[in-house]
Design a binder for this molecule. Structure first.
Ligand code: SAM
Length: 427
């Protein structure tokens, strides 16, 4: 489902023939304009949610102000304070590909004025290319067993303190069913550790049953499996994969993923792309020895893969892992990565990661959304398991009510809209 920015109604024209559709004049941050309202009971002074030039829902002033507070950036750019070369790079992203050194320069923004300009430019591009739609997706974390031993992850095989759980296929299916048919979600990620006890056939069976029962896009985030396994899941109806390469620096990758290979991970990602999966990929920010050059290469890698969704979040230290004492990734760098990714990939989906929300709370969500991100991922794992999916401690669970209350297009229309957007992404 999606949320969009509210506007105040200034004037309502009489409806010819008393039809529910009438012209209204609204004012939002971009000024005044005339749109259609599909509402019978709308008056000057009311607040409405509108999309595609149609007001679709009335909303209370308090809720409108809460949404505006969450979604509308309030930055002021002082061009006089900007270094000329920096400004040139921001302008250049509209007409040509940015070079590696330029990406590094943007990621190195340290003055307030530079960062404000970067975030604001990214936000403007998001608005121009994707309008004011903020999409809300859900994630069900169905197992915390893992055969891998990634040094940073709280679910790693050697983490002895983790209370391990596995949801049954019926539990997974009914969680998704509830999220889609009662709460209005249209895109759900099914995530687990690399838990091979769910065979490819079991996962394909789950996907098939979900697809029989509800209209939803399913993204699998189940780690490294064979290409044949991913082919089976695709045939069963899976639409996308959420599969990070974690870092594009081979030496760094190998040093934190014992027994795994960077080349193998990227090759699998490319196979999945060829199979027609919608690709959500990205990396961790704040890994040991990671430099701004590595991060620039990470963003370039995402772009060269042709990813449809960018997911880059800060590393958060997790106790009882070999990286427990390593400092967390920087929220500021995460926002810069979000903004630069938007500059380079104007139409990509860029969610605010839970890890950013965890280090910055509600503010992280707001900052992410005003730095070029355009979606959120809400946790739909059943309460009894949620606390045990502990990839890092104190995971953020935010104010989801306002989003769910006013999430637009909860019905089939929303699915169609998403379907169209996904098709466009493959053009
Ligand atoms: N097993 C699947 C895989 O490897 O793709 C999905 C599950 S894995 C737990 C999901 C993501 O969690 C990883 O891609 C990693 O980037 C992130 N993650 C793990 N430990 C983290 C930490 N300490 N801080 C931030 N993110 C972490």
């Amino acid at each position: 489902m999606c949320l969009t920015i509210p506007a105040k109604v200034l004037f309502v024209e009489d409806s010819p023939d008393n039809l529910p559709a009438r012209r209204i004049t609204i004012r939002d941050s971009k000024g005044e304009r005339s749109i259609i309202a599909l509402l019978t009971d709308v008056h000057a002074g009311d607040w409405v949610l509108y999309a595609s030039d149609t007001a679709v829902e009335k909303i209370s002033e308090d809720d409108a102000r809460e949404i505006l507070e969450l979604l509308e950036p309030k930055s002021h750019i002082d061009i006089a304070m900007l270094d000329g070369a920096f400004l040139e790079i921001l302008k250049a992203c509209h007409t040509r590909e940015l070079k590696r050194e330029e990406i590094i320069r943007l990621l190195s923004a340290s003055e307030d004025a530079e960062m404000t300009a970067l975030f604001s430019e990214a936000n403007t591009i998001r608005q121009a290319r994707l309008r004011d739609f903020f999409c809300i997706h859900g994630i069900v974390e169905f197992s915390n067993y893992c055969v891998r031993n990634c040094l940073y992850c709280g679910l790693r095989r050697d983490s002895k303190d983790v209370r391990r759980y596995r949801m049954t296929p019926d539990e997974i299916i009914s969680s998704v069913y509830d999220a889609v048919n009662r709460r209005g979600y249209k895109l759900i990620v099914l995530q687990s550790g690399d838990d091979l006890s769910y065979t490819d056939d079991i996962l394909s069976g789950i996907i098939r049953k979900i697809k029989e029962k509800c209209k939803v896009f399913i993204f699998m985030s189940v780690g490294e499996r064979t290409p044949e396994g991913y082919r089976k899941m695709k045939d069963a109806g899976a639409n996308g994969v959420l599969f990070r390469f974690e870092t594009s620096n081979k030496a760094l990758y190998n040093s934190i993923h014992p027994g795994q290979s960077y080349e193998k991970r990227i090759a699998l990602l490319m196979e999945m792309k060829k199979m027609g999966y919608f690709i959500a990929t990205g990396f961790l920010i704040g890994l040991p020895g990671q430099t701004v050059e590595h991060i620039a290469d990470d963003i370039i890698t995402i772009k060269s893969i042709g990813a449809n969704m960018v997911t880059a979040g800060p590393f958060i230290p997790s106790d009882a892992t070999p990286m427990a004492l390593h400092p967390p990734g920087s929220a500021t760098m995460t926002l810069k990565v979000t903004a630069v990714s938007r500059l380079l990939m104007p139409k990509a989906k860029i969610p605010v990661t839970t890890a950013l929300e965890t280090i910055e709370s509600e503010e992280g969500r707001k900052l992410g959304l005003s730095s070029g991100a355009n979606s959120l991922m809400f946790n739909l794992t059943p309460e009894k398991y949620r606390g045990d999916y502990r990839i890092y401690p104190n995971k953020y669970h935010g104010k989801e009510e306002i989003w769910e209350k006013y999430g637009l297009y909860k019905e089939a229309l929303s699915y169609k809209m998403l379907e169209k957007k996904m098709a466009e992404a493959f053009k």
